[in-house]
Design a protein around this ligand. Structure first.
Ligand code: F6P
Length: 326
């Protein structure tokens, strides 16, 4: 049986609150099990440019509460080329790294799957993205914090919406997934969520207008998921202005504020649990898998399943949202 002696850890793609808590958990669990840890800066880019440093337990002190990632992150085009991956492999070997733990989302795992197969390297992924769009885990690290950031902002917008008796379209992130939009709409008491999963089957703006989204209320909030399919909040507002100029609508795009901030307790716990599980998975001789939590139980999901576009929002929540907005 081959025992991993030294892991490399990197964060890649969009950052997510809780990544630092996961870095801490991976590092400390590895060291606890006698495995050395090499930190790779700036994701796959740092593997190619050889930005690699040894991590000790103290290297991850006082970071559990910090947003962002102490390892920095990047979206790396060079890693998509065989030459880039060859350079990455050579640097990895020179640093004595025999397995990788990668923290990120679908782009990160797509790269990991190809690299792991090409060079026969054990790689384990930890799901970190505010979008929650990975199959095989109920939640991704960063999603809960982003959700809480959104509702804090929507609560503030509600004050002014109410004073001016206005309609607001608030755009949230999600990269073609409606988890943040749907659940933040429920949690903030919004009238509706316009999400890409439904927009292809149903014209959500039209049905909102038909049912009269202001009714007896003097202000309304509609959460719109960013996506070419929904057209984003600006697209929806533009359409409304053209078709129903009687509405006085405003648009707020929350943007990158959703990616920052100190992680919530739920994200810190998930990150600690999954970071630790990533090392357990390597000790179990797992490779090319993501660690996830389903029904409160840690599970291993092959990369190609995790990145499949199959998670799907819970559609019954749309019905609840509709009922609660009467
Ligand atoms: O995947 C996380 C995410 O924040 C998406 O919700 C969003 O579409 C994208 O990243 C934005 O990426 P960038 O920060 O590179 O503009």
């Amino acid at each position: 049986m081959y025992q991993v002696k030294c892991i490399g850890i990197l964060t890649s793609g969009g950052d997510a609150p809780g990544m630092n808590a996961a870095i801490r958990a991976v590092t400390r669990t590895a060291i606890y099990n006698g495995i050395a840890v090499k930190a790779i800066y700036r994701g796959y880019k740092g593997l190619i440019t050889n930005e690699i440093t040894e991590f000790k337990t103290q290297s991850v002190s006082n970071i559990i509460q910090q947003g962002g990632t102490i390892l920095k992150t990047a979206r790396c085009m060079e890693f998509k080329t065989p030459e880039g991956r060859k350079q990455a492999y050579d640097n990895m070997m020179a640093a004595g790294i025999d397995a990788l733990v990668v923290l990120g989302g679908d782009g990160t795992f797509t790269g990991a799957r190809i690299f792991g197969q090409e060079y026969n390297i054990p790689i384990v992924g930890v799901p970190c993205t505010i979008d929650n769009d990975l199959y095989g885990t109920d939640y991704t690290i960063g999603y809960d914090t982003a959700l809480n950031t959104i509702i804090e902002s929507v609560d503030k917008i509600r004050d002014t919406a109410n004073s001016h008796e206005r309609l607001f379209f608030i755009e949230v992130m999600g990269r073609d997934a409606g988890f943040l939009a749907l659940n933040s709409a429920l949690a903030s008491g919004a009238e509706a969520a316009i999400i890409p999963e439904i927009e292809t089957e149903d014209d959500q703006l039209e049905s909102l207008i038909e049912h009269g989204f202001r009714k007896s209320k003097n202000s309304s909030i509609v959460i719109v998921a960013e996506s070419d399919i929904t057209g984003g909040a600006l697209g929806v507002a533009e359409r409304l202005k053209k078709e129903h100029p009687e509405y006085d609508a405003r648009v707020t795009i929350l943007g990158h504020v959703q990616r920052g901030g100190s992680p919530t307790a739920a994200d810190r716990i998930l990150a600690s649990r999954l970071g630790s599980a990533a090392i357990d998975a390597l000790l179990d001789e797992q490779r090319s898998i993501m660690v996830g939590v389903v029904n409160d139980t840690v599970c291993y999901v092959p990369f190609n399943e995790a990145i499949k576009d199959e998670k799907g929002v819970n559609r019954t929540l749309l019905d609840v949202l509709k009922i609660l907005s009467i």
